[in-house]
Design a protein. Structure first.
Ligand code: DLL
Length: 436
């Protein structure tokens, strides 16, 4: 498997060099925010910090955090550091309720974004000669357009099919000879299931690699995708508020996602106290942009949980790597005082034979107590008629989940393919506690 380096100067620089770029970029960004973004300047003033105080990289710690709510309150353009005539593109976060978070890009921002996506797809081994099917939604979501331009930049043939229309996806995949699939992992798995149902033999197709991102997924799910689609499945990470896709992605060694540290400073913090953690400790990822023009961010709290590793990778890159995101701080369910992440449930479920690949957690409050009900698809519907086997399977799942979670869950086994699939991000948790 080839793993080329797109930009050796920046991807393989010494730590000393990276930190030099970071300090210069940090000073630039702090000045820009101070002069052009009044709500952030007010935060700095409240914290008693002025741009001149930023002298060394560790002075970052004195700068106030930015959170999603700051961006929401500034809807739509309140945190833009550029006048409208310099803004050439708008995207928005994928939140389902209320007003979205809007992000703008200048032409320089778009050029940088395209470079970073080109870097990310190159490290996942995609380049000239590949045919890349972009099954992310094109629109306000950054996935479609972000991947699109980066793939064109490396010279791949891009199929901008967007999300959904699964039959057509499979048809074009065969007829156009797609070699790289770009999608959310949950949609990739659905494509695999549908291919099986429709009698498409993906082992005979040209598909060889997947670039998946946009939602958390476990290594167990990676295994299932690789088996069903007969490909190498790589993960990449990003978020609209910081840039979109292209912030970090895996090389084929899959030893963590290489972070574009020449454009972003990454920190991990204790989510409850805000305390900065040393690399190697699990915490909430926090990003600072170094050269974004329209929507710079300083210490943006992502709520995503991961671990940073600053040691160089065997592939030759020296930028810090982040472990696969295990979940979001706000995805964490607290069931009778115990913390439960959907990813823990996924990791258990996908090792049990006889069940399908989709699941959903339903949380109820009954008699003032939280209850977790896990809906799990069977892989074979004939089991639904064999009650004792069904009961045995449910008990097995419950016991295995209890071992990992220390919480008793109710297991509901449902028909194959009956849990809703979406072309975008999967809905893993349905919280009924807020319902009347
Ligand atoms: O999902 C950007 C993106 C598009 C990344 C395509 C990768 C590929 P948002 O819609 O703003 O942006 O959602 C960002 O999605 O804070 C994470 O919680 C989650 N997320 C994104 N990628 C991953 C990943 C895009 N690889 C939010 N693993 C982030 C885990 C991810 N979670």
């Amino acid at each position: 498997m080839k793993s080329l380096i797109w930009d050796e100067e920046h991807e393989c620089a010494s730590r000393e060099q990276i930190e030099k770029w970071q300090l210069e970029g940090l000073k630039r960004t702090v000045n820009r925010m101070w002069l052009r973004v009044a709500p952030y300047r007010a935060k700095m003033e409240a914290a008693g910090i002025v741009p001149e105080k930023i002298k060394v990289l560790s002075d970052l710690q004195y700068l106030p955090f930015m959170v999603k709510d700051d961006l929401r309150q500034a809807y739509p353009f309140g945190l833009f550091a550029e006048p409208q005539e310099n803004v050439v593109r708008l995207h928005a976060s994928s939140g389902t309720t209320g007003k979205p978070i809007v992000v703008g890009y200048t032409q320089n921002d778009l050029n940088m974004w395209t470079d970073l996506v080109a870097r990310m797809v190159t490290q996942a081994s995609v380049g000239k000669g590949d045919t890349a099917q972009v099954a992310f939604g094109y629109g306000l979501f950054t996935g479609g357009f972000g991947l699109h331009y980066g793939l064109e930049r490396v010279g791949a043939t891009v199929i901008p099919i967007s999300g959904g229309n699964t039959e057509k996806q499979l048809m074009l995949m065969q007829d156009f000879g797609t070699t790289a699939l770009i999608a959310t992992p949950s949609y990739a798995l659905y494509l695999g299931e549908q291919a099986e149902q429709m009698g498409f033999d993906l082992s005979k197709s040209k598909l060889r690699v997947g670039l998946f991102g946009g939602e958390p997924w476990t290594d167990e799910m990676r295994g299932q995708i690789e088996k069903k689609l007969h490909i190498l499945a790589t993960d990449n990470y990003g978020l609209s508020e910081v840039l979109g896709c292209g912030i970090a992605g895996e090389c084929p060694l899959a030893l963590g996602h290489h972070i574009a540290e020449d454009h972003f400073i990454v920190e991990t913090i204790n989510s409850s106290t805000g305390e900065i953690l040393e690399p190697g400790n699990e915490g909430e990822l926090v990003f600072t942009s170094l050269d974004k023009e329209c929507c710079p961010v300083i210490r943006f709290r992502t709520k995503d949980i991961s671990v940073i590793d600053q040691s160089p990778c065997a592939c030759g890159r020296t930028t810090a790597r982040m472990k696969k995101v295990t979940g979001r701080v706000d995805d964490m369910l607290i069931i009778r005082g115990v913390n439960v992440f959907p990813s823990q449930v996924e990791a258990v479920l996908l090792t049990i034979p006889g069940i399908g690949s989709q699941y959903q957690l339903h949380v109820y409050r009954r008699n003032y107590l939280d209850e977790l009900e896990v809906h799990v698809e069977l892989s074979d519907s004939s089991l639904l008629d064999r009650y004792s086997e069904l009961e045995d399977l449910a008990r097995l799942i419950e016991n295995k989940l209890y071992t990992v979670l220390s919480v008793h869950c109710k297991i509901r086994l449902v028909e194959p393919l009956s849990i809703e699939r979406t072309p975008g991000k999967a809905k893993r948790v349905v919280d009924h506690r807020k319902e009347k």
